[in-house]
Ligand binder design. Structure first.
Ligand code: PGA
Length: 293
């Protein structure tokens, strides 16, 4: 797993935003798995500011509450519309979010899996992490091979999400979520975590045993996962000095300079291939790096 520790959530988010921007520039019809919750809010703001071209991008959200209509203010449909979709030029037909009102949950879930496959699989899956290590809504003890299905939320997760509903008692008990097996098939998993309350879950996910008691630990078996963390979320990692050194000392050929306001510069060996801004001007080199490259 690639661990990138930055001083603030803003800086860690910027690494993730640049990674997504590069993907969209390289593959305009990329398939991106999206997440909800507090963690990606800053990311969505940064992506909006980047003014990427989302026309051909296809998205699949991780989860939705069972029983909530798309227009319910606390639904993930509403969340995504408010925080990302209504600010970008994505085509409506390319947006996929589980239907919380489906009458046939198993049939809906198999169709969701099929749609992901038909889209060619997920290029990049964005992930937050719950305080207990859940990813998507795969609560502790979820099968590490699970597929999209219905799950029952733990009381901790309902408490964590109470703010979105104005009270824990209003948080639904059931959700539809992509499974851990579904997430593991994404070609790149990009996990974000900020704040001390995520430190224990991150330590378990990155350096603990692979266990259904910390579902994110399954990502240790994923060939390409990047975790973008702030100092607090990284505070319980035993190997943090090593992760920092690795990130600060990537060989030149691994560095990809980030796009900035629609512009990116890719370094490949000694040659620098420049991605030009829309008006054709090149921009100064940028020193930060994006993960997994
Ligand atoms: P949060 O939730 O981003 O609101 O902390 C993360 C999660 O539950 O996956």
């Amino acid at each position: 797993m690639e661990i990138i520790i930055q001083t603030t959530p803003e800086a860690a988010t910027a690494v993730a935003a640049r990674t997504i921007a590069l993907l969209v520039r390289k593959k305009p019809d990329a398939v991106i798995g999206l997440a909800t919750g507090c963690t990606p809010l800053l990311l969505y703001r940064q992506l909006i500011e980047m003014k990427l071209d989302w026309r051909k991008v296809r998205t699949f959200n991780l989860d939705e509450y069972v029983g909530l209509a798309a227009d319910h203010p606390a639904s993930y449909h509403s969340f995504m519309a408010e925080h990302l979709f209504r600010h970008i030029n994505i085509a409506r037909k390319n947006i996929h979010i589980p239907d919380g009102l489906t009458r046939d949950v198993p049939a809906f879930c198999s169709r969701y899996e099929k749609q992901i496959k038909e889209a060619g699989g997920i290029d990049l899956q964005l992930l937050g992490i719950g305080t207990d290590g859940h990813i998507g809504f795969n609560e502790v003890t979820s099968s590490l091979a699970s597929r999209t299905r219905i799950k029952t939320l733990t009381s901790q997760t309902r408490l964590d999400n109470a703010g979105f509903f104005g009270g824990e008692e209003k948080v639904p008990h059931h959700v539809i979520t992509m499974g851990i097996g579904t997430i593991m098939e994404a070609r790149h998993c990009l996990m974000l975590a900020f704040g001390r309350k995520k430190a224990r879950a991150i330590a378990g996910a990155v350096e603990g045993a692979v266990t259904a008691m910390n579902p994110a630990s399954a990502l240790q078996m994923h060939p390409r996962t990047t975790a973008c963390l702030d100092e607090e979320a990284a505070s319980r990692l035993k190997m943090s000095d090593y992760y920092r050194w690795v990130y600060a000392n990537k060989p030149d050929w691994q560095k990809i300079q980030p796009p900035f306001n629609g512009v990116g510069i890719i370094s490949s060996g000694r040659r620098h291939k420049q991605l030009l801004s829309r008006n054709g001007t090149s921009l100064p080199a940028w020193t930060a790096r994006v993960p997994g490259s």
